[in-house]
Design a protein around this ligand. Structure first.
Ligand code: XMP
Length: 328
């Protein structure tokens, strides 16, 4: 089994042929390691867990049990895409958990960002552990750990645990088939495994998801408005010849005055403001703000103001520092 150090002789996976060779080698190793036992994997739909899942499916098929937890803070279409790609196209053994009410009930009235993060993280582990406890004969836990995670953990920058803090009775052996790969290599392998571009080239998305972009205490109506606006921004900015590193929306819990016309008669009302955020960065430690063509901004504005409850669109041009990338 591979250690945690990338051998200096390991060639960078930059093309389909090298990816296929890596896949073949990994599939053989995974079969050897796993034998006839079962593997459990938390499948978020992010590139790392998706590539890990696709590799494991190729190696051990239905012996892999994927659990996709919908916490209600995913982007528009994400749970549907995970189901379509993994259950329908790859024939995965996929458990879909609709935990939307559970998460949103726990988050109701909570406005402190770090408390929100803790609630989301803890609830995720609880849901995952509950699902795991219902299953029998699981010996391994698949994780989409990648090489930068290992390097950062070693350097003490961050403790990386994709499904950290699992209760001790769920003490599985880890299976981490992409742990020696850099992000760009994971993407090349994902392409070679036939995953769709929208999954393989997905922009980074925080674990707490839209939860830290629905600023303050999350309400369902404001969260839905954010999800719609986010889909518009991803689509429109995604059409640009060069897309920023990360682009998304935030929605603060303030309202401002707008005007609504019915039968030629204007009426004042209070509506939300959607904030468009696009940044470029190498390591997310500092970030700059790329130019967005004014025509694209106007297209997004015209679509976003049609979302119920929204009457204003803002563009955040703050760099990191002084601001952080996310609003919370
Ligand atoms: P900030 O806001 O700190 O974001 O400038 C830097 C990068 O980290 C992402 N981010 C998170 N990712 N859990 C995550 O997995 C989090 O709680 C979290 N907060 C921020 C953010 O999207 C950006 O790419």
């Amino acid at each position: 089994m591979q250690g945690n150090k990338r051998p200096e002789t390991m060639e960078r996976i930059t093309n389909e042929a090298l990816a296929q060779a890596f896949i073949e080698e990994q599939v053989a190793e995974l079969r050897e390691q796993i034998g006839d036992k079962k593997v459990l994997l938390a499948l978020s739909g992010g590139v790392d867990s998706s590539v890990t899942a696709a590799l494991l499916i190729k190696a051990v098929g239905k012996q892999l049990v994927c659990v996709h937890v919908n916490h209600g803070l995913l982007r528009k279409g994400e749970p549907e895409q995970v189901i379509k790609v993994f259950r329908e196209e790859l024939g995965a053994n996929l458990i879909y958990v609709d935990a939307v009410d559970r998460f949103l009930d726990k988050l109701a009235g909570v406005s402190d960002p770090e408390t929100k993060r803790k609630i989301i993280g803890k609830e995720f582990i609880d849901v995952f552990a509950e699902e795991a406890a219902k299953l029998e004969g699981i010996k391994f836990l698949g994780q989409g750990t990648i090489y930068p995670d290992i390097l950062e953990s070693e350097q003490g920058v961050k403790a990386h645990h994709n499904v950290g803090g699992l209760p001790p009775e769920l003490d599985f052996e880890l299976v981490e088939p992409v742990k020696l790969l850099y992000k760009d290599e994971v993407r090349v392998v994902g392409k070679a495994l036939g995953l769709p571009d929208s999954m393989v080239f997905r922009q980074p998305f925080p674990g707490p998801g839209l939860g830290v972009r629905c600023v303050g205490a999350i309400t369902r109506d404001r969260l839905e408005a954010l999800r719609e606006a986010d889909a518009i921004v991803r689509e429109e900015i995604g059409k640009l010849p060069e897309t920023p590193w990360q682009y998304f929306c935030a929605i603060p819990d303030i309202k401002s005055t707008g005007i609504k016309y019915t039968d030629g008669k204007g009426e004042r009302y209070m509506g939300w403001a959607v904030i468009i955020r696009a940044v470029n960065t190498v390591d997310a430690v500092t970030a700059t703000v790329p130019e967005i063509p004014f025509a694209t901004l106007c297209t997004m504005r015209d679509k976003i103001v049609k979302i119920p409850g929204v009457n204003r669109v803002l563009w955040d041009i703050s760099e990191k520092p002084v601001a952080t990338i996310e609003w919370e």
